[in-house]
Design a protein around this ligand. Sequence first.
Ligand code: C5P
Length: 413
Amino acid sequence: MLTNKRILLIIGGGIAAFKALDLIRRLRERGAHVRCVLTPAATHFVTPLSVAALSGDKVYQDLFSLTDEAEMGHIELSRDADLLAIVPATADLLAKLATGQANDLASTLLLATDKKVVAAPAMNLRMWLHPATKRNVAQLREDGVMFVGPVDGSMACGEYGPGRMSEPLEIVAAITEALKSDTSIPLPANVGQFAQSLRGKRVVVTSGPTHEPIDPVRYIANRSSGRQGHAIALAAANAGAEVTLVSGPVTIDDPAGVHTVHIETAQEMLHAVEAALPADIFIAAAAVADWHAATQNANKMKKGETAPVLQLAENPDILATVAGLATDRPALVIGFAAETQSVIENAQKKLAKKKCDVIIANDVGAGTDVMGGLENTVHIVTKAGVETWPKMEKSAVASRLIGLLGDMLERRS
Ligand code: C5P
């Protein structure tokens, strides 16, 4: 039953910690892989060296260890296991888990896991019988934590009663029993699906404004903050996609896990997008300047008697260029329509004119605070119809949009 099962053993700080050493041996004899975490208190009872030697693996102790994080992040450490066992489960560890605290490695792993947890409590009988511990144990049972022991017996402190930790073979039996059923606690359906929805897909996103120089110090720009586009790039990366974000000049940070290319002008944005293709999805969230200065002044223009007249020339339309590609057109091309009037009608016209699959329309008129703000109200315009989403944070719009695009891609395949 235990062959190749991965057990993450959290050793708490109590006199019974020495029994955890025997437990490691017993589990490994039965074919399990045992990875151990020691709480700071546990190191007063067993040494990391003996635990490492018996488990045949590295011992983890520190939440903020940069070397451990580089090799295996703490979330991965928790997820990698088939089951977590707390041996001995001290009153402190139980209290932390019952109240959802995560202020050290052991408690963080226990909170981050989606696997079954088996706890073998060991403590002084008065601590075990204390109403606070009773409350915590009742809560943990309700949360799905499985308990083995404690049993009645004589304790190191000289008292007799409940609080003595179960013997290693009883704990092995409890772990074996727990592993008989599916050990992962399912996430809500939308979360699990969303996390995987763009795995293996390539996504290119444009974001922010473009700056079109007039002379070395002046440029044409707009109020775009890049928040919506950056949030979409991050949501796509979180959904498992390989993402290239082509960003105009913004003051917000590059999203984590995304390859970000910084450009200034519309022309540079077009080149960066072309270099990032082919892709499965292209999302044009940038507020690309429609025009650039027809002639560029190598030197700063001087103030004269008459104001200069600015000659403008049209910029390439990046969205229309990508949507119209004859070969390697992305399966889904998505544009934005920032409008101040007739929002939906104009978006529908744009959908047809630019040949995209989805237009996300929003009202950016005076008083909406969309440009540069944190929230957005959008209408999803496709050939099939219009869907209006309630006002929500740009990050929420991004997540919902990525979920929708994942569904659309799947329906097409
Ligand atoms: O035509 P309009 O500028 O209103 O279209 C907005 C949509 O087109 C946005 O998705 C924007 O990113 C994209 N666009 C573009 N290149 C341009 C102008 C707009 O990709 N030159």
